[in-house]
Design a protein around this ligand. Structure first.
Ligand code: 57M
Length: 359
């Protein structure tokens, strides 16, 4: 909005020229989202507590988690408000991809909200049925895939990290592929969200990585220089990712151990969905496996644990899945698990950025 208000005035006030730059708007989108979270956070947490919107902790989890009962939840609403406001303020609102990623964020937020709301109404730790939740996510994913496929300038080739010669064209199957990436990431982030700051830390790191990736794929000269697929208009997603970084840091202020608030599904589902959408639009879909490696490890730990549990009639690979519970039950303190997972997330992000050159 500020871009549309001020940039046209640059002919009279040359200082307004700065609104043209994606870098400038990304930094301010990030700071705006951070400030919104920091300023509204205490008031919002008080409201959640006053309305008794609190977590119902499962009684079969690690014993340390029972102390978390009554922690306010649905803090994701604050994250969403900060991201959407900062993106609308600093983004170019004529950009198709900006609206697409906002659409995914808001609709996945609505699915998460319904889930959390049911949990609150029923006063228990289970909300929407897993299948209904998945079906709604798939519908949004397919819609995004179809909208992209219909665009004349969208490329249905996929790029594989480290192998620049390998660019298979998926054709219409790209719609299914995009859905898989978006829905898979959304659920993997949701599974990761089981310790204070465990999900929002790596989400923030991944968003910062995608600030760089969106910027370079949307910049014709840099994209050509790095031999990347140039996606016209994708640079504007750097502003959205910047807002995500700001909101992530702002939320972490309150969600860091010991957490004053949890994000709830209204936070975890849209954050993952948004990262998946950015990966799809910027043509860095496979790289998301590395950028979001923590989410992949968490999801795989569940898949292997549940699979092994079923095949062997009750035997387990990990003490408990997702894998963060395994380390907790091994005796690592909660902050140690969290910070070590953050360290891995940062390492993976650096590795991912290095693939821009190592191909
Ligand atoms: C949700 N949600 C947390 C909070 C957060 C298939 C199965 C493995 C699924 C999995 C599952 O349901 N995972 C997704 C994880 C919950 O947090 C709420 O949920 C929101 C995210 N959706 O924002 O609102 C609890 O996580 C803790 N938490 C924090 N700090 C935070 O910042 O400490 C969350 C955020 C909170 C709090 O304790 O109550 C959750 O874990 O429920 N299921 C599981 O994760 C369960 N695993 C399991 O059953 N494993 C089995 C195998 C055979 C399937 C096994 O290994 O034996 C565990 N979940 C819990 N306890 N809580 C089991 C034990």
């Amino acid at each position: 909005m500020l871009y549309h208000l001020f940039y046209p005035l640059h002919t009279t006030v040359s200082a307004f020229n700065v609104f043209r730059y994606i870098t400038f708007r990304t930094i301010y989108a990030s700071l705006t989202a951070l400030l919104i979270c920091l300023l509204l956070g205490p008031w919002f947490i008080k409201k959640l507590t006053a309305h008794q919107i609190c977590q119902y902790v499962r009684d079969d989890g690690p014993p340390t988690h029972t102390a978390k009962t009554d922690t306010p939840t649905m803090g994701g609403l604050l994250i969403l408000f900060s991201i959407v406001t900062a993106t609308i303020l600093w983004g170019n609102l004529t950009n198709f991809y900006v609206w697409m990623v906002l659409l995914v964020t808001i609709s996945f937020g609505a699915i998460g909200f319904a889930d959390d709301y049911i949990m609150q109404r029923k006063k228990q730790s289970r909300g929407l049925r897993g299948r209904s939740k998945l079906l709604m996510q798939v519908v949004v994913g397919l819609l995004v895939g179809a909208l992209l496929y219909k665009r004349a300038d969208f490329d249905t080739h996929v790029s594989v990290p480290f192998l620049k010669e390998l660019n298979p064209d998926l054709g219409w199957a790209y719609i299914v592929f995009a859905t898989l990436v978006i829905v898979g990431t959304s659920n993997a982030v949701n599974l990761t969200d089981g310790l204070d700051g465990l999900a929002i830390g790596p989400v923030t790191v991944a968003a910062a990585t995608y600030v760089v990736l969106s910027y370079v794929t949307g910049h014709v000269k840099i994209a050509n220089y790095l031999q990347l697929r140039y996606v016209a208009g994708s640079g504007e997603l750097a502003i959205f990712c910047g807002a995500l970084v700001g909101a992530g840091m702002g939320f972490l202020w309150f969600n860091s151990y010991p957490a004053e608030v949890f994000m709830g599904d209204v936070g975890s589902l849209p954050l993952g969905g948004a990262l998946g959408t950015v990966a799809v639009v910027t043509k860095h879909e496979f790289l998301l496996v590395l950028v979001g490696g923590i989410f992949v490890i968490e999801a795989l730990s569940v898949i292997f644990q549940v699979g092994f549990f079923k095949v062997t009639n009750g035997r387990r690979i990990f003490r408990m899945a997702p894998i963060h519970h395994h380390f907790e039950l091994k005796g690592w303190s909660e902050p140690k698990v969290i910070v070590r997972f953050w360290i891995i997330a940062i390492m993976l992000a650096l590795l991912s950025i290095s693939t821009l050159k190592l191909r």
